[in-house]
Write a protein that binds this ligand. Sequence first.
Ligand code: AMP
Length: 191
Amino acid sequence: MLNLILFGPPGAGKGTQSEQLIDAYNLKHISTGDLLRAERKAGTELGIKANEYIAKGELVPDEVVVGMVRNFMKEHSSSKGFIFDGFPRTTPQAEALDNLLSEFGAKIDIVLGLEVIVDELVKRLLLRGETSGRADDQSEETIRNRFKEYQTKTLPLMDYYTKKNSYVGVNGMGEIDHIQSSLREEINKVL
Ligand code: AMP
């Protein structure tokens, strides 16, 4: 199995880069943001509850997100591996993921951190908000809150994975194809 995490702040390009990586390496994409939005669209109780957090730019409680990831992984247990996008976002989520993967006899092989300066991130998110229909991309206040959550709860994971020797930072500015090549270069080193 090959399991990788695309790490980085909102707007870093995790979704865009994942799309190309899943084809290249035949992996299953797990985006917790996409899964939560699908729940909301389907009008499930989980989706309605989660939307209260999403709309404010706050993180959805760990147990909700971990439960969703666990179900997804069990449903796709024959997959060659997973790309985790937007997950884990907290230390308890990272620990839960380690436990889940160990049930598969697997581990996180590499954490690729997309590094982009804040001014560029805000610009990208507001631009995406014009077409994505995502309310949380349209309000600068919500965007700022998402960054605050990232700084306080998610950024410590960089240290978590650096200690495990799995974190690699990649320049997330510039051409999409160029960034994709940099990511593949790093992945190929651990294959
Ligand atoms: P994203 O599509 O990854 O930008 O996620 C959109 C929103 O969904 C976030 O701002 C959070 O409110 C929620 N969300 C997505 N993934 C997670 C996660 N791993 N933990 C907690 N909340 C999440």
